[in-house]
Design a protein around this ligand. Structure first.
Ligand SMILES: CC(C)(COP(=O)(O)OP(=O)(O)OC[C@H]1O[C@@H](n2cnc3c(N)ncnc32)[C@H](O)[C@@H]1O)[C@@H](O)C(=O)NCCC(=O)NCCS
Ligand SMILES: Nc1ncnc2c1ncn2[C@@H]1O[C@H](COP(=O)(O)OP(=O)(O)OP(=O)(O)O)[C@@H](O)[C@H]1O
Length: 248
């Protein structure tokens, strides 16, 4: 099973690519880190309790009004405004959420390896390199576009909840897109229209599909584990970690 780590800058088009790759044209299972990051902070979770304890004193509107079960979910807009304006607090939130997300991703990977037996599993994760999740991927793919277009897409999509300043803060909180492109095994430039994107993906996927022989070798648990370990070691020792340290 090839784990395809899919990343990019905010609003460069990761989710659009993920939607194409999980559509019937490809049918690749999708692990969505943004979705998992929401699940691990639902009321009653350990992540939620840590966030309330850490951010409650400084973010007065951190909690939403109670729902029908009496649970007060996180006010994500308020938390986002606070952490994207404050680098140390963003790191504090990452330190609470990322270990939980990492565990959830590992569980999903094992499930897909043992149960769904997919050729390729797509891991859609905005902070692939910053949070070092790339160590667990057989191949990394960055979806990039020029920064003006990225800002335009972000404001068009989220302009009803983000001011221009907040949009710029979110972009600035991530590793620059050119740095991500340099770290990636494959870069998809998404500056054109959707038809162009579909065509580029078709070519790329045709080039990376694992061979039938490789799939069978990986399916034998000791060999599959050995190959996963070899991949981890290759990434750990030979990936260009200098650029990776720029933003965490
Ligand atoms: C701050 C939060 C509550 C804001 O929630 P909101 O619903 O407004 O945004 P959402 O979660 O949909 O994220 C939108 C995009 O923001 C960017 N982003 C999110 N968190 C971060 C972060 N910690 N650092 C940099 N960029 C981030 C990503 O590109 C993401 O796709 C939320 O983003 C969060 O919990 N972030 C920390 C967890 C995290 O790192 N998630 C990314 C995947 S592991
Ligand atoms: N090739 C394209 N042509 C036109 N619009 C596009 C294209 N690719 C993406 N978009 C649009 O740009 C916006 C951002 O794309 P998307 O939501 O896929 O980004 P993302 O990288 O997943 O963002 P985030 O990090 O916030 O999750 C969306 O509104 C999407 O419809």
């Amino acid at each position: 099973m090839l784990v395809l780590g899919l990343t990019g800058g905010i609003a460069t088009g990761k989710s659009t690519v993920a939607a194409i790759l999980s559509s019937p044209a490809y049918n690749f299972p999708l692990i969505d880190a943004d979705k998992l990051a929401r699940e691990v902070v639902l009321p009653t979770t350990r992540g939620y309790a840590k966030i309330v304890a850490h951010f409650g004193p400084n973010v007065p509107d951190l909690l939403l009004p109670p729902d029908e079960h009496g649970h007060r979910g996180l006010n994500r807009a308020a938390l986002g405004r606070y952490i994207f304006a404050n680098e140390n607090e963003r790191k504090a939130l990452n330190a609470i959420i990322h270990p939980e997300v990492r565990r959830a991703i590992m569980r999903k990977m094992v499930y897909h390896w043992l149960i769904s037996r997919a050729d390729i599993v797509v891991l859609d994760i905005p902070l692939l390199f910053e949070a070092k999740f790339d160590l667990f991927c057989g191949l990394t793919m960055v979806v990039a576009c020029n920064p003006d277009l990225q800002r335009e897409r972000l404001l068009k999509r989220d302009g009803h909840v983000l001011t221009e300043k907040e949009a710029d803060q979110r972009i600035a909180s991530q590793m620059p897109i050119d740095d991500k492109a340099q770290l990636a095994d494959v870069v998809v430039w998404n500056d054109g229209d959707l038809d162009e994107l579909h065509a580029k993906l078709a070519t790329m996927i045709a080039n990376i599909r694992p061979s039938r022989l490789r799939k069978w070798i990986e399916w034998i648990p000791p060999l599959g584990l050995a190959m996963a370990l070899a991949c981890f070691i290759r990434r750990y020792f030979f990936s260009p970690s200098g650029a990776r340290e720029k933003k965490t």
